[in-house]
Design a protein around this ligand. Structure first.
Ligand code: PLP
Length: 319
């Protein structure tokens, strides 16, 4: 039996009045334990397995100019993760879509970063048996955020490849979006130490895997390639495949070495947090003469144009 979703009218009369600490909480609205809350009041028990054991899955979709982008694909991935981790949600797909809509609508954001999370939760008896835990669903909408800032989007990101190896897929399935980020965070610190602005880390075979919150592509002689193994199948990555099919560019998922990345004609990263973002330096190598490449530029333009296409977007229903 699915739980009912509270109506928009049952929500807080003035979300802003409850906005206690602007330094820690961006303006936004969360849904937790069956009710809508200002971000500053969305709090989790320290006994939740999501916190204690990173026992959670999540997904992030963005809203751009009042429309969700590829919401169905994000819901599919979230649902697949929940099933694989043997979790249960008290909501069906339509109810989940309604909750996400309501978080955005109540926040008033026209462009938002919208996260849905399912944690293992905790057991009423503090049992150590995950089968006895009551899973917890949380969603929230906050302002849209990007991996790359405006300056980096214009001149391209400077990326350092770190020696850190991504957790093996045989241990944690990377196709389930997860919070096992200690490898990615370690990689970030190494990248900062090496003068980079963000990091790419390696797969267990020593090839390039992905970065903190993004996939990577290289362009060589007008053909594109992105790592196949040990990565999250990003929705933005999938979107690049779809765009390439539309405009007749060849793209494959296959191993990428550090040397190939440094010798590429163009490199870009992809994430819901920012879309398609150019890279103009890998370690000490300048890519594409330090400028955003023409194929990257074309894909970036198409990607944002698609946000108006009803086949790829869902309008938020504001009150
Ligand atoms: N890889 C990792 C580890 C991520 O966490 C993310 C997104 O957060 C991505 C790749 C990009 O996925 P998407 O394009 O679906 O945002």
């Amino acid at each position: 039996m699915n739980s009912p979703v509270p109506e928009l009218s049952a929500a807080l009369p003035n979300i802003d009045e409850h906005h206690t600490d602007r330094r820690c909480y961006p303006h936004g609205v969360a849904f937790m334990d069956g009710q809508y809350l200002p971000m500053s009041e969305a709090k989790l028990s320290v006994l939740d397995w999501g916190l204690l054991h990173s026992d959670a899955t999540y997904d992030t979709v963005h809203v751009w100019k009042g429309k969700f982008f590829r919401l169905d694909l994000h819901l599919d991935r979230f649902w697949a993760g929940i099933k694989s981790l043997r979790m249960n949600l008290p909501y069906g797909r339509n109810e989940l879509a309604a909750i996400l809509n309501n978080c955005v609508a109540l926040s008033g954001h026209r462009s938002a970063y919208v996260e849905m999370i399912c944690t293992r939760g905790s057991s009423p008896t503090f049992s150590r048996d995950p089968r006895e835990a009551e899973n917890r669903f949380i969603a929230f909408a906050v302002p849209f955020g990007s991996v790359a800032n405006e300056k980096q989007l214009e001149r391209g990101l400077h990326v350092a490849v770190s020696e850190t190896v991504r957790i093996p897929p045989s241990s944690v399935d990377p196709t389930i979006k997860n919070y096992h980020w200690l490898d990615l965070v370690k990689g970030l610190f190494e990248a900062y130490d090496a003068g980079g602005e963000t990091a790419l880390i390696l797969d267990t075979n020593g090839h390039i895997a992905e970065g903190p919150g993004f996939n990577v592509f290289l362009v060589k002689r007008r053909s594109l390639r992105t790592p196949a193994f040990g990565v999250l199948p990003g929705i933005t990555r999938r979107t690049v495949f779809d765009l390439c099919a539309e405009i007749g560019l060849s793209v494959v998922a296959a191993d990428v070495t550090r040397a190939e990345l440094k010798e590429a004609d163009e490199v870009f990263i992809t994430s819901t947090a920012g879309g398609i973002m150019p890279v103009t330096r890998i370690d000490d190598a300048t890519i594409s003469q330090g400028q955003v490449g023409s194929i990257t530029r074309r894909l970036m333009d198409l990607y944002w144009q698609k946000h108006d296409d009803p086949a790829w977007s869902t309008a938020v229903v504001y009150p």
